[in-house]
Design a protein around this ligand. Structure first.
Ligand code: HEC
Length: 190
């Protein structure tokens, strides 16, 4: 009988403890008891901490050669006109057949990112030129007319001379849409 009373008292005490912990926990959405917490919280190394497991003793390891990070498109061309020409020989407009939505988006992106220098028609007299910047070459001049699509894509991706790269602002699809828009502007000439 005594043992039974002791057992009952212990159970009541444990139940009371669980109850108290339940009521006083900080975040009611979280679990109560955490036993063997190593299973929930792994001991991940900090990116910049030393690490004896690797030959260079660093935690953060460089990408293995040839790896393409998820969500990125490889662009194996460096800076400069020679690389731009090489891109021009290799790459062509990968977008599906022209449709109104793509055309409208290309025009919008051009208006947002390019027209301030190149102007709406591409003649190189955008508002910034009126504020003293050297005018960019006309996109209707021989050089831009003869530029291959891929070369123009390279100019947007890597920049050219005084013009900055637009790879950070426009993803590859958007850059091709803008190239198409320039082609449309050029066709309007003829
Ligand atoms: C801040 C001004 C500025 C902006 C914004 C700008 N460009 Fe340019 N762009 C230039 C200048 C300046 C050059 C000439 C660069 C050089 O060769 O030194 C140039 C050159 C070019 C060329 C090559 C033309 C040629 O004949 O060599 C293309 C194509 C071009 N830009 C397209 C674009 C597109 C598309 C955008 C928008 C995504 C854009 N640019 C945004 C200033 C700008």
């Amino acid at each position: 009988m005594n043992r039974l009373a002791f057992l009952a008292a212990t159970l009541v005490l444990v139940a009371a403890l669980i109850g108290v912990q339940h009521l006083t926990r900080v975040d009611p959405d979280q679990r109560n008891f955490e036993i063997f917490t190593e299973m929930a919280y792994s001991h991940a190394a900090e990116s910049f901490s030393p690490n004896a497991h690797f030959a260079d003793r660093k935690t953060l390891q460089p990408l293995v050669a040839g790896v393409v990070p998820r969500g990125t498109t490889p662009f194996p061309y460096g800076d400069g006109p020679d690389e731009a020409r090489r891109a021009g020989e290799d790459l062509s407009d990968p977008l599906p057949e022209a449709d109104d939505a793509t055309a409208a988006r290309g025009a919008e992106l051009y208006r947002i990112y390019c027209a301030l220098c190149h102007d709406a028609r591409g003649e190189g007299r955008g508002p910034i030129v009126q504020h003293g910047m050297l005018p960019p070459p006309s996109l209707h001049a021989a050089r831009a007319l003869q530029m291959a699509d891929g070369e123009m894509f390279h100019v947007l991706t890597r920049g050219q001379g005084n013009m900055a790269a637009y790879a950070a602002q426009l993803d590859p699809t958007e850059r091709w849409m803008v190239v198409r828009h320039i082609r449309r502007l050029q066709r309007e000439d003829q």
